[in-house]
Each structure stands twice: as structure tokens, then as C-alpha cells.
Design a binder for this molecule. Sequence first.
Ligand SMILES: C[S@@+](CC[C@H](N)C(=O)[O-])C[C@H]1O[C@@H](n2cnc3c(N)ncnc32)[C@H](O)[C@@H]1O
Ligand code: SF4
Length: 380
Amino acid sequence: MNTPPKLPTSLYIHIPFCATKCYYCAFNTYSFHKEQAKAYLDALSTEMQIYSPQTSPLKTIFIGGGTPSILSANSLDRLFTDLYSKFQICKDIEITVECNPGTVDAEKLGIMKEAGVNRLSFGLQAMQDEVLRQLGRIHSVEEFHHSYRLARESGFQNINTDLIFALPEQTMEMWQYTLTKTISLQPEHISAYNLVMEESTPFYERWKNGQFNLPSEDTEADMFQYTIDTLTAHGYKHYEICNYAKPNREVKHNIVYWNNQAYIGLGVGACGYVDSVRYTNIRGIPHYNKSLRELKKPIADTEVLTGKAEKAETLMLSLRKREGICTEDYTLRFGESIDVEFGDIIQKWKDLGVLEQTATHLRLTDRGLFIANEVFLELM
Ligand SMILES: C[S@@+](CC[C@H](N)C(=O)[O-])C[C@H]1O[C@@H](n2cnc3c(N)ncnc32)[C@H](O)[C@@H]1O
Ligand code: SF4
């Protein structure tokens, strides 16, 4: 963790459209309509214009969603033209685009490659068609393979796949199958999330009504441990609670989040963190568009993060990384040792074998990974 630069060098752009909504997902997304997407890109362009003077040359861009790859080839082209005309871009920038299998073709991939996109993230989730159907995904396993192959043929050498475990009725064997099949493709990066039951989703309703069972906590813990052991054995470094990378393939953009450093967030419902202020944009597209037609920042909420709140957030986010928090960097950033604010809490979790001090870092122990949320709750 280094001292944050004065102006942000990282940019998140939210594309809030999906073909249909997956049953487990609570992200801010809407059905895709061509005309609405056009109006949204107009608004986004204005927002870029407003924020560009507040950035240094960009080192990372993450275009997420939603499903950015659902945009037409023309719209993608326009998005990148806007980006390059409004921001200064570092030569060695990392640009990630989230893609949903079945929504990319050679033309779109060509446009992304031409525009300097050098990292793709595919939402795969599972390697069984019946599981994908149960999740409300729009694609089959075969469609994933097709999109993945096309991406490789288009020259993408840094690909992530998102997976989810602890799914309804999922057995250990089903998860092992998904993981093994994914590893056989050798993506450079794998994100493996445990399912979070979000209250606003159809999944939550069905679960509450007893329509399916979730794996027990013990099975979920076994799946997590299996994931760590298997991916590590196959040359992936476990560098964040849910993230695994081949050497030097850690995602630079998210490391900015985990170091609690500044970034600009653009788009409907997006969050940003600038000058110690965490802001959240308006969630609805019509209001977001209107605000930008009036040349106003479309911010719905702000929270000033200074003093203890900033220290706690920095500690909590950094502990997500397997290396933990560099205690010297913390002292440089806040002008005091980490023990001044958190000495008692840290000691308690050290005594319980959940936190440990290395030569340079304070980190979660292997056992601590499984109850990280309890530590985070106490810091909040
Ligand atoms: C914001 S989505 C965007 C990716 C893309 N739209 C897709 O689904 O193909 C990023 C990832 O978050 C994960 N995700 C979404 N909702 C989740 C939930 N309720 N629990 C766990 N993981 C979730 C999925 O793995 C998904 O691929
Ligand atoms: S998981 Fe991805 S594709 Fe599914 S609704 Fe969420 S953002 Fe859209």
C-alpha cells in the first residue's frame, strides 16, 4: 500500500444493462433497450467531461455492470472514443471489461482490443447447464466456451472467470467439477465468490419459502478450503479472499479499492472515492440522465471518510488481501501506529488465532479467512 496520489488514477464505469436479470443478482441493472442505451451513453459522456479535470493520467479502467458487452459494436466504439478524448491514459494502463458469455462476437472483441482493452472478465458461474438455468443465466456452458475461444482468438491474454459456490442444492462434487473444468482452460485469473443471498432477489424469496436448500455452513467452508487448495496447487496465487491469479495477473484496479485509494466512479448507481468523500450516484437511469442534461454531477449520497472511519475502512479493505495491511504504510498514511486506534481489537483477534503479524504486515491467518466478516463487523 502506497500513499494515495493526489488525483485519482483509476476509473470505474457502470454499464447498467443486462439481457435479463439473474435470480441471485442485486446489482443495479435494467433490461437492455437500444434507445435507452444510446441516451445513457450521452449522459455518461457528459459525466466523463465533468470529471476529467479531476484525474491524473489513468492507470486502470474497469468497465463493469451489468453487462458492458451487451452494448452494440457501435456503442462500444463510441464509449472508447469518448474515454480517449476526455481522459489522459497511461501507456501501460490496465483496462478491464466485464463480459457475459453469449454477448460477445469477433467484431466487438476487435473493437475492445483496438481500444486497448487488455483484460476481460467472463461471468461463468458454473460448468453445468442445469445450474446455469437454475441461476437464470442467459447462456449455456457451450456458449461460454465459444465466447472464451473467440476472446483467445482475438488476442486476449489476460482473462478472468467469475464463479459462484455454495449455490442451492450444490454438492461438493458439483463444485469440484466446475473448478476442475475451469482450471483446464487456464484463465489467468479466477474469482470464486460464495453465494450471497440478497434480500431483493427471486432467489431470496424462494429460499425463504423453503423451495430449495443451501449447502450447510460446514459444506460451504469445505468448498472454500477446496478452492484455495486446488487453485494454489495449480499455480494460482490466493491474493484476496475471493480472488486467485497466475503470477503477476492480480487485478490492479481492485487493488486500488482494497488499498482504500481514490478512484472515480461514473454511471448510474456507481460509487467513487475522491478527496476523502465516498459518493454514490443516482440509481435510476431517467434521473441520472436528467441530472447530466443539466450538467450536474448525478450524486445521490456522500459520506466523508476521515479520522477513525477512514482508518477502519483502510484496515478492513486491506485485510481482504492475503498479504494484509502493511503496518508501515498505515503509519505513513495516518501519522500514528495501527495500535493507537485498533490495538485492543487486534490483540483480541491475535489471541484467537485469527490475525497475525508478519515482518511487514498484519494479516488474517488461514483460519481467520473463514470468519473475516466477524472481524470486519467489529471494525465498522
Ligand atoms: C457485477 S457481475 C457482472 C458480470 C456479468 N454481468 C456476468 O454476470 O456475466 C460480477 C460477478 O458478481 C458475482 N455475483 C453477482 N451477484 C452475486 C451474489 N448474489 N453472490 C455472489 N456472487 C455474485 C457473479 O459471479 C458475477 O459474475
Ligand atoms: S450477474 Fe451479471 S448478467 Fe446476471 S443480472 Fe447480475 S450483472 Fe446482469
